[in-house]
Design a protein around this ligand. Sequence first.
Ligand SMILES: *Cc1c(COP(=O)(O)O)cnc(C)c1O
Length: 389
Amino acid sequence: MTNRILLSPPHMSGNEQKYINEAFETNWIAPLGPNVNAFESELASYVGSNGAAATSSGTAAIHLALELLGVGSGDTVFCSSLTFVASANPILYAGATPVFIDSEEETWNMSPVALARAMEEAQVKRQLPKAVIVVNLYGQSAKMDELMAICDRYEVPVIEDAAESLGSLCKGKKSGTFGQFGVFSFNGNKIITTSGGGMLVSDDLDALERSRFLATQARDVAKHYQHSVVGYNYRMSNILAGVGRAQLEVLDERVAARRAVYERYEMALAGIDGVEFMPELEGTFSNRWLTAMLLDPEKISVTPNELIDALEAENIEARPVWKPLHLQPLFEECAFYAHAEDDVVSERLFERGVCLPSGSGMTVDEQERVVGVIQRTLGVSKEQSLLSQ
Ligand SMILES: *Cc1c(COP(=O)(O)O)cnc(C)c1O
């Protein structure tokens, strides 16, 4: 059997060991320590935010952001529908109710049209959301200017779920720095990883200090253990922060590698009638964390699931596009605002989408193997796909 090609495996630089060794030599194994402080300030300076707080996961960082914004029971929070469940689970942790917002076609992210409609209705009902969670899918920035303008008009704070878009840009500004809070993830499959971890970024240093307090069991200032509010155990360990520091050093290389992976797929496959790739909106720069493509059922008889199975048969991992959260049994009671009455964009993307192996360490030979299986499965020869460009 040939080597397995994974969707998005970790890609170490080799320098991680240096930081881990330092932590061992100084016996700084426990949570917090110099690597955590350094990772926070290095990441904040990379994205251009005033500060950052390292957490045990991206999910924890979203939860902390909601807490800092005072989200609690009886509140609603608007959230992109086309995303991983981790974007919305913290809304439930906080005891609040999610309202899901559809995608638009140009970025696959939150539709400003649907958001505006949801805000208007919420204002009429005197139930404006406490926060809006905007996701940047697969590295592509949402239309942040338009979304921020709508949220500013209603004075609703934004949490930018940039778990998938570290290193991406929107109008020259780094992804994750548009809202009151931005969230990154260093889970094993992300563009850089600490094996598990996350980061909350903000220009509000007081809020970040509060997040560090909440993330360490909310200990009041006292010699004895005293607590006045609920806290969490959400901080990153000093060892994992060391891994993160080494990974951050190579982030731009990882972005370039993922973009090159995308370009090779596009070169080889975009000529096939009925194949389309996730767009990159003008004025944005995507890290292309995952290359996602669409199969038009009117032009291609192979379904996304059949293509995924065909790749699996060749020991290649591919995945469907996220199943929209408004379709999940967990959220079946939740309200949803479609892009247009007769056009639910997120559902169409889900029905047609496939995420291809996109690891920054994937070799050209491996990628040719993937492309070959796709061409064979879709019934096109290499010559045809090249000719039709
Ligand atoms: C990975 C991811 C998260 C969660 O990050 P973890 O570090 O795994 O908790 C949140 N939102 C999106 C969109 C993600 O892809």
